[in-house]
Design a binder for this molecule. Structure first.
Ligand SMILES: *[C@@H]1O[C@H](CO)[C@@H](O)[C@H](O)[C@H]1NC(C)=O
Ligand SMILES: *[C@@H]1O[C@H](CO)[C@@H](O)[C@H](O)[C@H]1NC(C)=O
Ligand SMILES: *[C@@H]1O[C@H](CO)[C@@H](O)[C@H](O)[C@H]1NC(C)=O
Ligand SMILES: *[C@@H]1O[C@H](CO)[C@@H](O)[C@H](O)[C@H]1NC(C)=O
Length: 176
């Protein structure tokens, strides 16, 4: 019995480590930092509706606004103020003063960003539709919640280990 326990004990740390590494990798893959406007940054004469088109923004991603701090700013507003370019009462003022502002996308909803100082009227506004993160491509589509993700990783890593450990037990029992 002593020998059996030692053998199973040898498997467990490797299984836990493998699982932890895989979970870390999966969360790193999903987070993206978007520079708003790409190479152009946050400025006039960019159509940000076109920029955002076809992109998928997921919870956990970030927006990075890069701009001329002496001219523009970054204000989060509601949909009405977005349409009408009203910057008097923003929901959130993301302007830090450096011309480099990071916005974490931590809730699933549509968020609206404009530049004040008159630039919104020229088109300096962007609406970001934030979605729930998709399951990793190797997993089946019905697994979408984080609990399901963890369980499927457990299924992939722990179950083979359990079977392997069971096989070790069996061979020991046969020897006895
Ligand atoms: C946006 O805020 C303004 C001012 O607080 C308010 O009048 C308007 O109804 C709001 N719009 C929405 C869609 O919440
Ligand atoms: C936003 O915050 C910045 C930095 O604190 C400040 O200088 C600026 O006046 C604020 N803008 C608005 C519209 O509240
Ligand atoms: C999202 O991030 C903002 C700014 O960091 C924070 O104030 C807010 O509480 C966060 N919301 C959630 C649901 O985590
Ligand atoms: C940006 O492009 C979209 C789609 O082509 C268009 O509907 C919209 O009017 C443009 N916005 C501006 C501010 O030019």
């Amino acid at each position: 019995m002593e020998g059996l326990r030692r053998d199973v004990g040898r498997w467990a740390p490797a299984a836990v480590l493998t699982c932890a590494v895989l979970l870390m990798m999966s969360s790193e893959v999903s987070a993206v930092r978007y520079i708003v406007g790409g190479n152009m940054g946050w400025t006039s004469n960019v159509n940000y509706t076109v920029w955002a088109q076809g992109k998928h923004f997921y919870v956990g991603d970030w927006l990075f606004f890069v701009y001329d701090r002496n001219q523009m700013n970054v204000l989060e507003v509601n949909s009405t103020d977005y349409e009408n370019c009203i910057s008097d009462h923003p929901l959130h003022n993301w302007t830090t003063g450096a011309g480099r502002d990071v916005v974490p996308l931590n809730v699933t909803k549509t968020r609206y960003f404009i530049s004040g100082k008159g630039f919104c009227f020229g088109g300096m506004k962007v609406a970001i539709h934030i979605e729930k993160p998709p399951p990793p491509p190797t997993l089946s589509p019905q697994i979408s919640d984080s609990g399901g993700l963890l369980n499927s990783f457990r299924g992939q890593i722990f179950l083979p280990v359990v079977f392997a450990a069971a096989a070790v037990w069996d061979s020991f029992l046969l020897l006895l």
